[in-house]
Design a protein around this ligand. Structure first.
Ligand SMILES: [Zn+2]
Length: 269
């Protein structure tokens, strides 16, 4: 080996050693990154709202799944049942509210609004909203029990000071919203709605130009009710949409964040 060649080798080895040492001490260990969908879907025209009806006690279970994934949901509460057996307490509602979740109204006793009329109808909607305002919540959103509504019900919901109301069918809701008192929702999440089914709803709508997908949940438990989402399924879905909110333009907002408007004063029935 001649001298020149020896020099080249020494220099090269020095560089290799330097690089190796730098690699050992300074370079961060690459973290495995969860992959986005193979189809590389653009979620930026899709808006999701997670809504929970009735104020069931098991709804409190999703608190950390929401918080851990940067999500906020809307909880529609039946104030006449709050704190009774099987329903969330006022303190639990405040915990959710303090995390940024929304508390909405769902009538005083979960009456079907196409069956009650006049003063009884007004009491169901206005007294419920007053109760929730008195508990300390800025209540602007309403959901019709069982999704039943008619012209008189809509009139009463407006009169009681609500800015919007959700039905239970016909979603995704087109944007901009034509009628905020008939917000259209995705098909009910029921016991056998899988994570894959929910994720594919979101992927299909997103690939098809987007829209506002309002999901309706009731119980959160493993098989306790026909209208229940498995806890693990919900957590998996929360992680999935939370990740896409962080990385792929998906937006997840409460109903009031989307509709906006002032908090109107309560109305005595
Ligand atoms: Zn309900």
């Amino acid at each position: 080996m001649n001298f020149q060649r020896k020099m080249y080798l020494t220099v090269a080895m020095f560089f290799i050693a330097t690089l190796f040492m730098a690699g050992c001490t300074a370079a961060p260990t690459p973290q495995p990154k969860p992959t986005l969908d193979k189809a590389n879907i653009d979620f930026s025209d899709t808006l999701i709202s997670l809504t929970f009806d009735d104020g069931d006690a098991d709804n409190y279970l999703v608190r950390s799944a929401l918080k851990d994934n940067g999500l906020r949901a809307t909880f529609y509460v039946v104030s006449g049942l709050t704190g009774s057996d099987g329903y969330m307490t006022v303190d639990q509602l405040h915990d959710l509210y303090q995390d940024g979740n929304e508390i909405g109204g769902h009538t005083l006793t979960h009456s079907s609004l196409s069956d009650v009329r006049g003063d009884a109808l007004k009491k169901e909607v206005c007294q419920d909203r007053l109760n929730l305002l008195n508990m300390g919540f800025d209540v602007t959103s309403f959901a019709y029990p069982f999704g039943y509504y008619d012209d008189e019900a809509i009139k009463t919901v407006k009169l009681c000071g609500y800015n919007n109301a959700r039905i239970v069918t016909d979603g995704p809701q087109e944007m901009p919203v034509a009628d905020p008192y008939k917000l259209e929702a995705m098909p009910y999440i029921v016991q056998d709605t899988s994570f894959n089914k929910m994720a594919s709803y979101v992927k299909e709508i997103s690939a098809d130009g987007g829209g506002w997908m309002i999901f309706v949940f009731h119980h959160v438990c493993n098989g306790c009710d026909e209208y229940a989402v498995d806890y693990d399924t919900f957590v998996q879905f929360a992680e999935w949409i939370g990740y896409r909110q962080q990385n792929a333009g998906l937006k997840v907002e409460t109903i009031s964040e989307v509709i906006g408007g002032e908090v109107q004063p309560g109305v005595s029935p």
